[in-house]
Ligand binder design. Structure first.
Ligand SMILES: *Cc1c(COP(=O)(O)O)cnc(C)c1O
Length: 415
C-alpha cells in the first residue's frame, strides 16, 4: 500500500483546524518590546518577552555589529572543535558572576540547554519529578533522559513531598545497585504561561530533606527580579542551595540562547555529556556579544531604572485587571511577574478575544493546547518597560471591552 505523506498531513491539519488549534505564521516587518508591524497594521505589542525593551537597545545593536566585525558571522564549529570563542568564555564568566555560581555554560537556545542538561544528569535508573506546568522543553528533556517521570500538581508542596517520599523509598530498595538512584526535581521560578511563582524556599527545604537535586528554569525571572535582576533564586537567597540554575538569553536579555549556571563539576560534566552542547555549532559571536553586553546592562543603574519602569507598568496593568468590573481571577497585587494570563477557556473563545484585540490595535495572541492544558486556552499579556502610558490605556479599553462582552475569564486554575 502506498501511503502518501501529504495526504496524511492534510488530514492531520484539517483536524487541527477543526479543533481551533491550527497555527499560522504571521510575517512581521518590524518589532520591538512596544510595537509590532504586520503588513499595513501597526499594533501595540503585548506579546513579546522583551520585558526591558533591550532587543533594540543601541548598546546591544552596537555590540552585535562590533562582534560581526571582530569575529565574522558564524562560530564555524562546535565549542569542542574550534568554536569555543573568547566571547563565549567572557559571557560564561559574566553569567556565573551574575548568578553567583562558580561557573556557567551557554547553549544555542534555552530549549537546547534543557534538552542537553537533564539527560546528562539522570538516566533510566533515576527519577525526575516535574511541576505539572513546567515548560515543554523540561518535559521533553525529562522524557529523553529515560528516567521515571512523575508530575506533581502545580506548586503543590504536599504532592511534591508525596512523590519525594515515594522516590526515596525506591532509592532505599535500589540501595544494592552499583550507583545510588538519583532524584531530580525540576520547576520554573516564574511560570511562562501562568505568570505565577514557584514557592522556591519550601521546594528547596523539601528536596534537601529527601536528598534530591533541584533544577530551576528562570527564563521569565532573569533580568527582572533581585537587586541586579539576578532572578528569583538569588532574590530568595537560595543560590547556594539550587544545584542547577537554567536561564535564557532571548527574553529580558534581548539576545538569543540559553545557559546553565552552577558548580564547576556540574559545568565540567555538561561539557562531557550534554549532547545539544557537544553536537551543535556554537552560538554566533554576535548573539553572545549581545548577551554579554545585556548582562552588564541589566546590572547597571540603567537596568535598575528599566526594572522600575517595567514594574510600574505591571502594577498599573494588574490594578486595572483586578478592578471590580473586570474580575480577573488568579491575579492579585503585588503582581508576581510581567505575564498576565487571561484564561478564556475554549480555544475558539481565546481566538475571538485575540481578534478583538487585533481590531483594537493590540497584539495579544491566543495561547492554546498544547502550550497550555486543554480547555484552558488564554490570552497571554506581557508587559514591557518599553510601553507608553497610552499603550496601557489602550490595554485597559480592551479589557473592559471583552469583560463587557461577557467574555470574562473562567475561574482561577485548579490543578
Ligand atoms: C522560552 C522558554 C524556554 C526556551 O528558551 P529558548 O531560548 O526560547 O529556547 C525554556 N523555558 C521557559 C520557561 C521558557 O519560557
Amino acid at each position: 500500500m502506498k501511503l502518501s505523506l501529504d495526504d496524511c498531513l492534510r488530514d492531520a491539519l484539517t483536524q487541527q483546524s477543526q479543533q481551533g488549534l491550527l497555527r499560522q505564521l504571521m510575517p512581521v516587518t518590524e518589532v520591538d518590546g512596544r510595537l509590532v508591524r504586520q503588513g499595513e497594521k501597526l499594533l501595540v505589542n503585548f506579546s513579546s518577552n522583551d520585558y526591558l525593551g533591550l532587543a533594540r537597545h543601541p548598546k546591544l545593536q552596537e555590540a552585535a555589529l562590533q562582534a560581526v566585525r571582530d569575529w565574522g558571522t558564524g562560530s564555524t564549529a562546535s565549542r569542542l572543535i574550534c568554536g569555543s570563542l573568547q566571547v563565549h568564555h567572557l559571557l560564561e564568566e559574566q553569567l556565573a558572576a551574575y548568578k553567583g555560581t562558580a561557573a556557567a555554560l551557554i547553549f544555542s537556545t534555552g530549549h537546547a540547554a534543557a534538552m542537553g542538561t537533564v539527560p546528562a544528569l539522570v538516566g533510566r535508573e533515576d527519577i525526575v519529578i516535574l511541576d505539572r506546568l513546567a515548560h515543554a522543553c523540561l518535559v521533553d528533556a525529562a522524557r529523553l533522559s529515560g528516567a521515571a517521570l512523575r508530575v506533581f500538581r502545580h506548586n503543590d508542596l504536599n504532592d511534591l513531598e508525596r512523590l519525594l517520599r515515594w522516590a526515596d523509598d525506591r532509592r532505599t530498595q535500589a540501595a544494592r545497585q552499583p550507583r545510588p538512584l538519583r532524584i531530580l526535581v525540576v520547576t520554573e521560578s516564574v511560570f511562562s504561561m501562568d505568570g505565577d511563582q514557584a514557592p522556591l524556599a519550601a521546594i528547596v527545604e523539601l528536596k534537601d530533606r529527601y536528598g534530591a537535586w533541584l533544577m530551576v528554569d528562570e527564563a521569565h525571572a532573569t533580568g527582572l527580579f533581585g537587586p541586579r535582576g539576578e532572578g528569583l533564586i538569588a532574590a530568595a537567597g537560595l543560590t547556594q542551595r539550587v544545584e542547577i540554575q537554567m536561564g535564557t538569553l532571548g527574553k529580558a536579555l534581548g539576545s538569543a540562547g540559553g545557559f546553565i549556571a552552577g558548580s564547576r563539576p556540574l559545568i565540567d560534566w555538561l561539557i562531557q555529556a550534554a549532547r545539544t552542547f557537544m553536537f551543535s555549532t556554537a552560538p554566533t559571536p554576535s548573539q553572545s556579544a549581545v548577551a554579554a553586553t545585556a548582562v552588564q546592562l541589566v546590572q547597571s543603574a540603567e537596568g535598575t531604572r528599566l526594572r522600575a519602569q517595567l514594574w510600574k507598568h505591571v502594577h498599573q496593568a494588574t490594578r486595572m485587571a483586578v478592578r471590580g468590573d473586570l474580575q480577573w481571577p488568579g491575579l492579585s497585587l503585588p503582581p508576581s511577574s510581567a505575564i498576565l494570563p487571561w484564561v478564556a477557556g475554549e480555544s475558539a473563545r481565546a481566538l475571538a478575544c485575540a481578534e478583538t484585540a487585533r481590531q483594537m490595535g493590540l497584539l495579544i495572541p491566543a495561547i492554546r493546547y498544547p502550550a497550555v492544558p486543554r480547555h484552558r486556552a488564554r490570552l497571554r499579556i506581557t508587559i514591557s518597560a518599553a510601553h507608553l502610558p497610552e499603550d496601557l490605556a489602550l490595554l485597559e479599553r480592551f479589557l473592559l471591552q471583552i469583560a463587557g462582552a461577557s467574555l470574562t475569564p473562567t475561574p482561577a486554575p485548579r490543578f
